[in-house]
Ligand binder design. Structure first.
Ligand code: EPZ
Length: 436
C-alpha cells in the first residue's frame, strides 16, 4: 500500500516535480542561532484579506513555503497582481475580477477556505471546491458556512463545490460551537465591510487572530477583541493599502526548540514572541531543559537525558498547540519514563506514529491518546512523511537516531517550513535534500 501511495504521490506531484527526501545522519548536537520565519498561519489569512481592498498591500519577510506560493497563485487566478521584492510580496487587488477559486489549488491548502469571506465581501459571490490541507482529520467547514449565513450569505453545496451569493452582508452576532481558527478568520474577513456590527463569540484566541485584526485595522477596518474570545467588527465602507510585518512563526520556533532539547546542545531562537509558546516552554522546562527568555529570543540548553512529562493535552490557544503535538511526541520517545499525549482537536493526527515505531519508538495509540514509553536511543530508518507537522516530527527523530535515516516525500514539510535543512545544517545537523 505504502509504495502505491508513493507511486501516486510521485505522479501527482505538481508541475511534474519528482519526490524529494532528506538523508539524515543522526547524533549531532545543535548549537547556534536560528532566525524564526514569519508565521505561515498569519501570512495565509492576511493574503486572503488583500482581496478586500483595491489598494496595494506589501507583506514583509514572507516565508518561502509552498502554502504561501499556492495562496499567491489563487490570488492571481482571481485577477490580483502579485510581485515579489526579495522576501516581501506586493499584492494589488484593484484588477481582481473573478470569484471562483480554482479547485486544483483549493485542494492543495486548507487556507483557501479563508478566501470565501474576502471574495464574498468583494464580489457578493464566491465558488470554491472543498479545501484540502493536511490529512489530519475530517476538517469540516460547517462553522465557516453557518457564520457566513448569519451575515446574509446564501450557500449551496453541490458536486463538491460551495457556492455563495449575497445581496448585502449585514452584521450579526455569531456564536461558534468551538473556537475554530479558520472560521473566526473567515467571518472577520466577511464582516469588515458588512453593514453594521458583527460580534463573534467563542472566537479562537490564537496570536494569528490578533495579527489578522492588526493587519485589517491597518488598512482601515474597525475590529477589537481579537485574542479575548469575543471579536467585534464594526463595518466600514473604505479600505486602504499598507506595508505589514506579520508575527513570527511560533510553531517553527517550537519545532526548533524541541529539536534542540532532543539532540542536546544550546540554541537561540531569534525574533520570536516567547509568550506565544509559553505552554511548550513550561513543558520543556519540566523535561529538564534550561530555558532563558529575553524580549524576542529564547535560549534553550540541554546536555542530559530528558525526564518524561506524564501527560500533555492539545487544546485551543493558549493551551498546548496541536501543531506541536507530533514534534513533542517524538521528544517523549527518548525521555526516561512514560508519557501520554492526547490530541483533542483533530481525529487522525497520529499518522506519523507507525513511522516513529520503525525507528524503535515504543508508542501505542488508543483513540486520541498516544502512550509513549521512552527508549534510550532511536535507530535510523526509512520513513514517510504523511503531513506537515508529522513530517517535521520524523526529521527531529532522525536527528537524534543512531545512524542514517531517510525521510521521504518532504513536499509536506516544504508546505510550512522555509529552508528547514539549511537552518538545521547551520546548527550542526547532518542533513541533506535529495531528489528521488
Ligand atoms: C488552523 O486550521 C491552522 N491552519 C492549523 O494549522 C491548526 O492546527 C488549527 O488552526 C488549530 O490551531 C491555518 O491556520 C492555515 P480549526 P483550521 O478550524 O482553521 C473543528 C498547520 O500545521 N472545526 O481551528 O482548519 C475542526 O474539526 C495547520 O499549520 C469544525 O468542527 O483549524 C477541529 O476539530 C494544521 N467545523 C477544530 O475545529 C469547522 O467549520 C479546530 O479546527 C471548522 C473547524
Amino acid at each position: 500500500m505504502k509504495y502505491i501511495y508513493l507511486w501516486r504521490r510521485r505522479l501527482s506531484a505538481p508541475d511534474g516535480a519528482f519526490m524529494e527526501k532528506y538523508i539524515i545522519n543522526g547524533g549531532n548536537k545543535l548549537y547556534g542561532n536560528v532566525r524564526i520565519q514569519t508565521a505561515k498561519n498569519s501570512v495565509l489569512p492576511i493574503l486572503a484579506a488583500t482581496v478586500l481592498t483595491d489598494k496595494k498591500v506589501e507583506i514583509l519577510n514572507v516565508p518561502q513555503i509552498t502554502d504561501v506560493k499556492n495562496m499567491v497563485k489563487i490570488l492571481s487566478c482571481l485577477g490580483c497582481k502579485a510581485s515579489y521584492e526579495e522576501d516581501n510580496i506586493i499584492i494589488d487587488s484593484s484588477s481582481a475580477d473573478c470569484y471562483e477559486i480554482p479547485s486544483a489549488l483549493a485542494r492543495e491548502l486548507r487556507s483557501s477556505v479563508f478566501l470565501l469571506g474576502a471574495v464574498i465581501s468583494r464580489f457578493h459571490s464566491a465558488k470554491i471546491a472543498y479545501p484540502g490541507g493536511c490529512d489530519i482529520g475530517l476538517r469540516p467547514v460547517d462553522l465557516h458556512l453557518n457564520g457566513l449565513k448569519r451575515l446574509g450569505v446564501q450557500i449551496t453545496e453541490k458536486n463538491g463545490y460551495i457556492i455563495c451569493k449575497c445581496e448585502k452582508l449585514k452584521g450579526n452576532e455569531i456564536m461558534l460551537d468551538c473556537p475554530s481558527v479558520g472560521a473566526t478568520e473567515n467571518i472577520m474577513l466577511a464582516a469588515v465591510k458588512a453593514e453594521g456590527t458583527t460580534v463573534i463569540k467563542n472566537a479562537a484566541r490564537e496570536p494569528e487572530i490578533e495579527d489578522l485584526q492588526n493587519f485589517l485595522n491597518r488598512i482601515g477596518a474597525k475590529i477589537t477583541g481579537a485574542g479575548s474570545g469575543t471579536v467585534r467588527i464594526d463595518g466600514v465602507s473604505k479600505l486602504y493599502g499598507c506595508q505589514y510585518q506579520p508575527i513570527p512563526d511560533r510553531i517553527e520556533a517550537g519545532t526548533f526548540l524541541i529539536g534542540a532539547a532532543m539532540c542536546g546542545g544550546e540554541i537561540t531562537a531569534d525574533g520570536i514572541y516567547p509568550e506565544n509558546i509559553s505552554s511548550l516552554i513550561h513543558k520543556l522546562a519540566e523535561n529538564g531543559c534550561k530555558i532563558h527568555i529575553n524580549n524576542d529570543r529564547i535560549v534553550l540548553e540541554n546536555h542530559k537525558t530528558l525526564t518524561s512529562v506524564k501527560s500533555v493535552e492539545t487544546r485551543p490557544y493558549p493551551g498546548f498547540p496541536t501543531d506541536l503535538q507530533a514534534q513533542y511526541t517524538a521528544l517523549c520517545c527518548i525521555c526516561g519514563g512514560h508519557s501520554i499525549i492526547t490530541e483533542n482537536l483533530f481525529e487522525t493526527r497520529f499518522k506519523y506514529v507507525p513511522e516513529l515505531k520503525k525507528m524503535g519508538a515504543d508508542i501505542t495509540v488508543i483513540d486520541r491518546n498516544a502512550v509513549v514509553r521512552g527508549v534510550e536511543k532511536l535507530k535510523g530508518a526509512s520513513v514517510l512523511a504523511y503531513d506537515l507537522r508529522g513530517g517535521a516530527a520524523l526529521v527531529l527523530a532522525a536527528l537524534t537516531a543512531d545512524g542514517y535515516s531517510e525521510v521521504l516525500d518532504i513536499s509536506h514539510i516544504d508546505r510550512g517550513y522555509g529552508s528547514l535543512e539549511y537552518k538545521l545544517k547551520k546548527l550542526g545537523a547532518d542533513i541533506k535534500r535529495i531528489t528521488v
